[in-house]
Design a protein around this ligand. Sequence first.
Ligand code: SF4
Length: 484
Amino acid sequence: MPISPRLGAEAAAANMAEIAPRYTPQEAVIEANRCLFCFDAPCIQACPTGIDIPSFIKKIVNGNLTGSARTILSANILGASCARVCPTEVLCEGACVVLDREGDPVKIGRLQRYATDHVIEKNIQLFQAPAKKSGKRVAIIGGGPAGLGCATELAQLGHQAVVFEKKPQPGGLNTYGIAYYKMAPQVSLAEVEMVKSLGVEFRCGVEVGKDVSINQIEKEFDAILIGLGLGGGTRMNIPGEDLPEVIEALDFIERIHTQPLHQVAVGQRVAVIGGGNTAIDAVTQAKRLGAARAAIIYRRSQQEMPAYEFEQELAKTDGCEFLFQLAPVEVVAQSGHVAGLKLARTASTNGKLQVLAGTEVLEPFDMVIKAIGEQKQVGLLKKLFPALELDKRGVVVNNRDTGQTNLPHVFTGGDCANGGKEVVNAVAEGKKAARGIHVFLAGQKITGPVQPSRYGVKGAPIGSGFYRPIDLPALEAEYAKHDK
Ligand code: SF4
């Protein structure tokens, strides 16, 4: 049977509403007052983008919500998204000293959300394009977190960043690939507006290599950032994989973000193949959209599941099932539609996974969602940049601190270079790449990590305290040429 939507508009909206409601003003102040405002705050070290956490929390205590949001967003322009999607339990909150003292950390993520919601909902303009321009142009290929992090930093440094995005909207996974109950796409799009307010140009619906060639880009721009993310899903290579009700987890999640919730087709019995956080996002949303049965099928044991424990708990609370040590060997069809999954038992011998012959069982399912990872875009990258060095993680980075590749004018960051990490890692890598690009554009050799003191340009920087004017004669002279 073809699959169809299962819930009415009201029920679908209620089930998919944000699971972590915003603090009330009283709750926010009480929580903020739990912070010890540590001098050498370990939470800052644990944040890849280095948000000054005690400072933004202090501003909440003082009722300065706009200042608080400014502290957050000037270090991480995707601070509103990250407040919702970061695994804070293993990043800032995992490092919070209150966790050791009281067994419960300061809820940094929820406070961050409280402050950033304030400026987004009130449409408060925090940033503006710097008056001083360098005259340099940088092409950003891919409008996801790495691209947005890089474009923001470049814009603040006075460079013209132009983002090329294949999809109709920028934001990457933040706009199209996050569980809806964690974050609706409007939050991501509000952040894109902030990036635009810095003068960053977006060319959406434009596919590099098809609608515009690298040659054209190289003629028009002085440097390039590759922030392409990952590509299509990995194939299972089993019979029945191409049936219409077998879909990729990210495609399923994208449908949820681009269709009215009550019109998203879901099976009555949904199998999700995989054990990562995307698998959890898929299984919980299938269940919340009305599937009677939604089950994770993972070929290894629970202990080996890469999904965070708190994510697994959420799926269990939602009523999702977990089937371990089972591998799909066939998607069984009836009249051209998915009717079940043939699963075989697995066992690990010396860490090597074996599918045990003769152990097959048939489980009835009418929808199969694959969440077994996305492929590196090796083919596309080779086509775009034949001389670019690639390895099994994706783009090889010559300098981890700046994202510079073997092609001096080409930088990278995010999933296409790190093999797939968190949103906040991609933003941080985009920022680092912007710093590297900044030094490259001044004709300087990049020899190591680019600290803020190496790229400050008098007059240009705004935003975070990172951008203090620094007297750096070579850069000053370079940019002075464009001030005439
Ligand atoms: Fe506050 Fe915890 Fe960070 Fe210390 S570690 S500054 S208590 S949030």
